[in-house]
Design a protein around this ligand. Structure first.
Ligand SMILES: [Zn+2]
Length: 343
Protein backbone atom coordinates (compact mmCIF):
# COMPACT_ATOMS: atom_id res chain seq x y z
CA UNK A 1 0.00 0.00 0.00
CA UNK A 2 1.29 3.44 -0.83
CA UNK A 3 -0.30 6.72 0.11
CA UNK A 4 0.85 9.77 -1.80
CA UNK A 5 1.20 12.98 0.08
CA UNK A 6 -2.03 14.91 -0.06
CA UNK A 7 -2.41 18.01 -2.12
CA UNK A 8 -4.05 20.60 0.09
CA UNK A 9 -7.78 20.60 -0.38
CA UNK A 10 -7.59 17.81 -3.00
CA UNK A 11 -10.70 15.71 -3.76
CA UNK A 12 -9.83 12.08 -4.46
CA UNK A 13 -8.39 9.50 -2.01
CA UNK A 14 -4.60 9.49 -2.32
CA UNK A 15 -4.02 5.77 -1.73
CA UNK A 16 -2.51 3.62 -4.44
CA UNK A 17 -2.85 -0.14 -4.17
CA UNK A 18 -0.75 -2.27 -6.56
CA UNK A 19 -0.33 0.68 -8.91
CA UNK A 20 -4.05 1.48 -9.02
CA UNK A 21 -5.31 4.72 -7.61
CA UNK A 22 -8.22 4.37 -5.18
CA UNK A 23 -11.29 5.70 -7.06
CA UNK A 24 -13.22 6.87 -3.98
CA UNK A 25 -13.46 10.49 -2.84
CA UNK A 26 -11.43 11.52 0.22
CA UNK A 27 -13.41 12.06 3.40
CA UNK A 28 -10.63 12.10 6.01
CA UNK A 29 -7.29 13.77 6.42
CA UNK A 30 -4.69 11.87 8.40
CA UNK A 31 -1.32 13.24 9.42
CA UNK A 32 1.45 10.71 9.88
CA UNK A 33 4.72 12.15 11.21
CA UNK A 34 3.65 15.56 9.93
CA UNK A 35 2.74 14.40 6.40
CA UNK A 36 -0.91 14.85 5.41
CA UNK A 37 -2.90 12.17 3.59
CA UNK A 38 -6.43 12.59 2.21
CA UNK A 39 -8.24 9.28 2.47
CA UNK A 40 -11.62 7.70 1.74
CA UNK A 41 -13.33 5.97 4.65
CA UNK A 42 -12.20 2.47 3.67
CA UNK A 43 -8.55 3.50 3.17
CA UNK A 44 -8.65 5.55 6.36
CA UNK A 45 -9.76 2.50 8.33
CA UNK A 46 -7.16 0.28 6.67
CA UNK A 47 -4.34 2.80 7.13
CA UNK A 48 -5.18 3.38 10.79
CA UNK A 49 -5.26 -0.36 11.46
CA UNK A 50 -1.93 -0.77 9.70
CA UNK A 51 -0.29 1.99 11.75
CA UNK A 52 -1.73 0.53 14.95
CA UNK A 53 -0.42 -2.93 14.08
CA UNK A 54 3.00 -1.43 13.38
CA UNK A 55 2.93 0.18 16.87
CA UNK A 56 3.47 3.66 15.43
CA UNK A 57 3.08 5.89 18.53
CA UNK A 58 -0.18 7.83 18.72
CA UNK A 59 1.84 11.01 19.20
CA UNK A 60 2.97 10.72 15.58
CA UNK A 61 -0.58 10.41 14.24
CA UNK A 62 -3.15 13.14 13.94
CA UNK A 63 -6.69 13.20 12.67
CA UNK A 64 -7.05 16.50 10.89
CA UNK A 65 -10.65 17.59 10.32
CA UNK A 66 -11.44 17.72 6.60
CA UNK A 67 -12.17 21.26 5.27
CA UNK A 68 -15.91 20.59 5.16
CA UNK A 69 -15.92 19.48 8.78
CA UNK A 70 -13.56 22.14 10.11
CA UNK A 71 -15.89 24.93 9.01
CA UNK A 72 -18.46 23.68 11.49
CA UNK A 73 -17.26 24.71 14.94
CA UNK A 74 -17.47 21.99 17.57
CA UNK A 75 -20.47 22.61 19.80
CA UNK A 76 -19.25 23.89 23.15
CA UNK A 77 -21.23 22.56 26.06
CA UNK A 78 -22.85 25.22 28.19
CA UNK A 79 -22.89 24.75 31.92
CA UNK A 80 -20.76 25.02 35.03
CA UNK A 81 -17.02 25.52 34.88
CA UNK A 82 -15.05 22.36 34.26
CA UNK A 83 -13.85 20.76 37.43
CA UNK A 84 -10.13 21.25 37.94
CA UNK A 85 -9.44 22.00 34.28
CA UNK A 86 -7.60 25.03 32.99
CA UNK A 87 -9.04 27.24 30.28
CA UNK A 88 -6.61 25.92 27.62
CA UNK A 89 -8.84 23.30 25.97
CA UNK A 90 -11.73 21.16 27.09
CA UNK A 91 -10.67 17.85 28.61
CA UNK A 92 -11.52 15.17 26.08
CA UNK A 93 -12.73 11.82 27.37
CA UNK A 94 -13.30 8.62 25.46
CA UNK A 95 -15.89 6.11 26.70
CA UNK A 96 -15.59 2.56 25.36
CA UNK A 97 -18.73 0.77 26.51
CA UNK A 98 -20.97 -1.67 24.63
CA UNK A 99 -24.09 -1.20 26.79
CA UNK A 100 -25.84 1.61 24.97
CA UNK A 101 -27.86 2.75 28.00
CA UNK A 102 -24.74 3.05 30.15
CA UNK A 103 -22.76 4.68 27.32
CA UNK A 104 -25.39 7.32 26.54
CA UNK A 105 -26.01 8.07 30.22
CA UNK A 106 -22.28 8.47 30.91
CA UNK A 107 -21.77 10.61 27.83
CA UNK A 108 -24.69 12.84 28.82
CA UNK A 109 -23.49 13.22 32.42
CA UNK A 110 -19.87 13.95 31.55
CA UNK A 111 -20.83 16.40 28.78
CA UNK A 112 -23.05 18.22 31.30
CA UNK A 113 -19.98 18.61 33.53
CA UNK A 114 -18.08 20.31 30.72
CA UNK A 115 -16.00 17.51 29.24
CA UNK A 116 -15.81 16.83 25.52
CA UNK A 117 -16.91 13.22 25.27
CA UNK A 118 -16.29 10.67 22.52
CA UNK A 119 -18.07 7.32 22.80
CA UNK A 120 -17.52 3.97 21.11
CA UNK A 121 -19.35 0.65 21.48
CA UNK A 122 -16.64 -1.87 20.60
CA UNK A 123 -13.03 -2.49 21.57
CA UNK A 124 -11.86 -2.14 17.99
CA UNK A 125 -13.59 1.22 17.45
CA UNK A 126 -12.44 2.39 20.89
CA UNK A 127 -8.83 1.55 20.13
CA UNK A 128 -8.95 3.42 16.82
CA UNK A 129 -10.64 6.40 18.42
CA UNK A 130 -8.08 6.52 21.25
CA UNK A 131 -5.35 6.30 18.63
CA UNK A 132 -6.67 8.98 16.29
CA UNK A 133 -8.38 11.44 18.63
CA UNK A 134 -5.78 11.23 21.43
CA UNK A 135 -8.21 11.83 24.30
CA UNK A 136 -6.94 12.97 27.71
CA UNK A 137 -8.40 9.93 29.43
CA UNK A 138 -10.16 6.69 28.46
CA UNK A 139 -13.03 5.05 30.36
CA UNK A 140 -12.80 1.43 29.26
CA UNK A 141 -15.41 -1.26 29.87
CA UNK A 142 -13.87 -4.62 30.82
CA UNK A 143 -16.57 -6.68 29.06
CA UNK A 144 -16.79 -5.80 25.38
CA UNK A 145 -18.39 -7.79 22.55
CA UNK A 146 -15.32 -8.15 20.33
CA UNK A 147 -12.21 -8.09 22.54
CA UNK A 148 -12.12 -7.60 26.29
CA UNK A 149 -10.94 -4.38 27.92
CA UNK A 150 -7.66 -5.94 29.07
CA UNK A 151 -6.72 -6.76 25.48
CA UNK A 152 -7.75 -3.28 24.29
CA UNK A 153 -5.58 -1.78 27.03
CA UNK A 154 -2.64 -4.04 26.19
CA UNK A 155 -2.82 -2.94 22.56
CA UNK A 156 -3.38 0.70 23.47
CA UNK A 157 -0.30 0.64 25.73
CA UNK A 158 1.91 -0.28 22.76
CA UNK A 159 1.10 3.07 21.13
CA UNK A 160 0.01 5.43 23.91
CA UNK A 161 0.34 6.17 27.61
CA UNK A 162 -3.07 7.86 27.91
CA UNK A 163 -4.53 7.35 31.41
CA UNK A 164 -7.17 4.62 31.49
CA UNK A 165 -9.93 3.91 34.03
CA UNK A 166 -11.61 0.53 33.80
CA UNK A 167 -15.38 0.27 34.04
CA UNK A 168 -16.42 -3.03 35.51
CA UNK A 169 -19.87 -4.33 36.30
CA UNK A 170 -18.41 -6.98 38.54
CA UNK A 171 -17.11 -6.30 42.00
CA UNK A 172 -14.68 -9.15 41.42
CA UNK A 173 -11.44 -7.92 43.00
CA UNK A 174 -9.31 -10.30 40.92
CA UNK A 175 -10.36 -8.45 37.78
CA UNK A 176 -9.49 -5.14 39.34
CA UNK A 177 -6.04 -6.32 40.36
CA UNK A 178 -5.34 -7.78 36.91
CA UNK A 179 -6.57 -4.53 35.33
CA UNK A 180 -4.46 -2.27 37.50
CA UNK A 181 -1.31 -4.30 37.09
CA UNK A 182 -1.81 -4.43 33.33
CA UNK A 183 -1.49 -0.68 33.13
CA UNK A 184 -4.84 0.89 34.06
CA UNK A 185 -4.78 3.86 36.42
CA UNK A 186 -7.97 3.13 38.33
CA UNK A 187 -11.27 1.27 38.04
CA UNK A 188 -14.90 2.11 38.64
CA UNK A 189 -17.46 -0.51 39.53
CA UNK A 190 -20.79 0.11 37.79
CA UNK A 191 -23.27 1.47 38.68
CA UNK A 192 -21.55 4.55 40.04
CA UNK A 193 -22.65 8.03 41.10
CA UNK A 194 -21.64 10.87 38.71
CA UNK A 195 -19.89 12.66 41.57
CA UNK A 196 -17.73 9.59 42.25
CA UNK A 197 -16.90 9.10 38.55
CA UNK A 198 -15.82 12.73 38.17
CA UNK A 199 -13.77 12.61 41.36
CA UNK A 200 -11.89 9.60 40.03
CA UNK A 201 -11.39 11.07 36.57
CA UNK A 202 -9.99 14.27 38.09
CA UNK A 203 -7.77 12.38 40.51
CA UNK A 204 -6.21 10.34 37.70
CA UNK A 205 -5.84 13.40 35.45
CA UNK A 206 -4.24 15.37 38.28
CA UNK A 207 -1.74 12.60 38.95
CA UNK A 208 -0.99 12.24 35.26
CA UNK A 209 -0.52 15.97 34.67
CA UNK A 210 1.72 16.28 37.71
CA UNK A 211 3.87 13.46 36.29
CA UNK A 212 3.96 15.25 32.93
CA UNK A 213 5.11 18.47 34.57
CA UNK A 214 7.75 16.66 36.58
CA UNK A 215 9.00 15.24 33.32
CA UNK A 216 10.15 18.68 32.21
CA UNK A 217 12.21 19.14 35.33
CA UNK A 218 15.08 17.35 36.90
CA UNK A 219 14.10 14.28 38.86
CA UNK A 220 15.57 14.05 42.34
CA UNK A 221 14.38 11.75 45.11
CA UNK A 222 17.34 12.37 47.38
CA UNK A 223 19.17 9.28 46.20
CA UNK A 224 18.80 9.31 42.42
CA UNK A 225 18.99 12.45 40.36
CA UNK A 226 18.18 12.42 36.63
CA UNK A 227 18.59 15.14 34.06
CA UNK A 228 16.47 14.12 31.07
CA UNK A 229 17.78 16.87 28.87
CA UNK A 230 21.44 15.97 29.39
CA UNK A 231 20.66 12.23 29.62
CA UNK A 232 22.66 11.98 32.82
CA UNK A 233 21.95 10.20 36.07
CA UNK A 234 23.61 10.42 39.47
CA UNK A 235 23.31 8.13 42.46
CA UNK A 236 24.19 9.84 45.75
CA UNK A 237 26.12 12.46 43.81
CA UNK A 238 28.16 10.09 41.61
CA UNK A 239 27.56 10.10 37.88
CA UNK A 240 26.26 6.74 36.63
CA UNK A 241 27.90 5.47 33.43
CA UNK A 242 24.74 4.59 31.47
CA UNK A 243 24.06 3.84 27.82
CA UNK A 244 21.26 5.78 26.13
CA UNK A 245 18.87 2.84 26.43
CA UNK A 246 19.77 2.23 30.07
CA UNK A 247 19.12 5.89 30.79
CA UNK A 248 15.75 5.82 29.02
CA UNK A 249 14.61 2.76 30.97
CA UNK A 250 15.80 4.17 34.30
CA UNK A 251 14.20 7.54 33.51
CA UNK A 252 10.89 5.86 32.66
CA UNK A 253 10.94 3.78 35.86
CA UNK A 254 11.96 6.47 38.35
CA UNK A 255 9.47 9.02 37.07
CA UNK A 256 6.73 6.47 37.71
CA UNK A 257 8.20 5.31 40.99
CA UNK A 258 6.05 2.85 42.90
CA UNK A 259 3.91 1.83 39.91
CA UNK A 260 4.53 -1.31 37.88
CA UNK A 261 5.70 -0.62 34.34
CA UNK A 262 4.69 -3.25 31.82
CA UNK A 263 7.23 -4.86 29.48
CA UNK A 264 5.52 -3.26 26.46
CA UNK A 265 5.73 0.26 27.92
CA UNK A 266 9.38 -0.30 28.80
CA UNK A 267 10.09 -1.51 25.27
CA UNK A 268 8.36 1.58 23.98
CA UNK A 269 10.38 3.80 26.31
CA UNK A 270 13.72 2.16 25.59
CA UNK A 271 13.56 1.11 21.96
CA UNK A 272 10.44 2.73 20.54
CA UNK A 273 9.33 -0.74 19.38
CA UNK A 274 7.03 -2.50 21.80
CA UNK A 275 7.26 -5.92 20.12
CA UNK A 276 6.06 -8.19 22.92
CA UNK A 277 8.60 -10.85 21.88
CA UNK A 278 11.50 -8.57 22.81
CA UNK A 279 11.13 -8.94 26.61
CA UNK A 280 14.67 -10.27 26.83
CA UNK A 281 15.99 -6.86 25.80
CA UNK A 282 14.26 -5.35 28.81
CA UNK A 283 15.51 -8.10 31.13
CA UNK A 284 19.06 -7.65 29.88
CA UNK A 285 18.99 -3.87 30.26
CA UNK A 286 17.47 -4.12 33.74
CA UNK A 287 20.20 -6.55 34.83
CA UNK A 288 22.87 -4.12 33.61
CA UNK A 289 21.13 -1.23 35.36
CA UNK A 290 20.92 -3.24 38.57
CA UNK A 291 24.59 -4.09 38.53
CA UNK A 292 25.47 -0.42 37.99
CA UNK A 293 23.13 0.63 40.78
CA UNK A 294 24.51 -2.09 43.03
CA UNK A 295 27.81 -0.24 43.08
CA UNK A 296 25.99 2.78 44.57
CA UNK A 297 23.95 3.45 47.73
CA UNK A 298 20.77 3.22 45.59
CA UNK A 299 21.35 -0.52 45.18
CA UNK A 300 20.16 -2.84 42.42
CA UNK A 301 17.20 -3.92 44.56
CA UNK A 302 15.58 -0.52 44.05
CA UNK A 303 14.37 -1.94 40.73
CA UNK A 304 11.81 -4.58 41.67
CA UNK A 305 10.64 -7.21 39.21
CA UNK A 306 6.97 -8.11 39.05
CA UNK A 307 6.85 -11.60 37.64
CA UNK A 308 5.38 -11.82 34.14
CA UNK A 309 4.39 -8.14 34.09
CA UNK A 310 7.36 -5.83 34.30
CA UNK A 311 9.32 -3.75 36.80
CA UNK A 312 8.92 -0.91 39.23
CA UNK A 313 11.35 1.51 40.81
CA UNK A 314 11.15 1.82 44.58
CA UNK A 315 12.25 5.32 45.52
CA UNK A 316 13.40 6.13 49.10
CA UNK A 317 9.89 7.54 49.71
CA UNK A 318 7.99 4.56 48.26
CA UNK A 319 6.39 2.65 51.13
CA UNK A 320 7.96 -0.77 51.37
CA UNK A 321 7.92 -3.56 53.94
CA UNK A 322 11.69 -3.59 54.26
CA UNK A 323 13.37 -0.32 55.21
CA UNK A 324 15.77 0.95 52.58
CA UNK A 325 19.39 1.09 53.68
CA UNK A 326 20.49 4.36 55.19
CA UNK A 327 23.07 6.24 53.25
CA UNK A 328 25.63 8.39 54.98
CA UNK A 329 27.50 10.59 52.53
CA UNK A 330 31.28 10.52 52.67
CA UNK A 331 32.57 14.02 53.33
CA UNK A 332 34.56 15.45 50.50
CA UNK A 333 38.28 16.01 51.05
CA UNK A 334 40.27 14.80 54.03
CA UNK A 335 38.70 14.25 57.37
CA UNK A 336 40.81 14.58 60.55
CA UNK A 337 41.83 10.91 60.34
CA UNK A 338 43.50 11.67 57.03
CA UNK A 339 45.39 14.65 58.26
CA UNK A 340 49.02 14.38 57.41
CA UNK A 341 51.22 14.44 60.44
CA UNK A 342 54.45 16.24 60.06
CA UNK A 343 57.22 15.30 62.48
ZN1 LIG B 1 -9.32 5.15 -0.69
Amino acid sequence: MRARQAARGGGPCTVELAGRRCPRPAEHTLSVRGVLFRLCSACHLMTTQYLLDQHVPATEIGAVPSPAVSQTPRAQPAGPARPGVGPARPTQLLIVEDDEMVRVALQHTLTRFGYTVLAEGTGRAGLRSAYLQRPDLVLLDVMLPDTDGFEVLRRLRTVSDVPVIFLTARSDSVDAVVGLTSGADDYITKPCQPREIIARIERVLHRYRAAERRHDDIYDDGLLRLDSEQHQAWAAGSLLPLSTTEFRILDHLVRRAGTVQHFTTLLQAGWNTPAPSARDRVKFTISRLRSKLDATPAGGASIVSVRGIGYLYRSPTTPSPSPSPQYTPTPAGYSHTHTLHTP
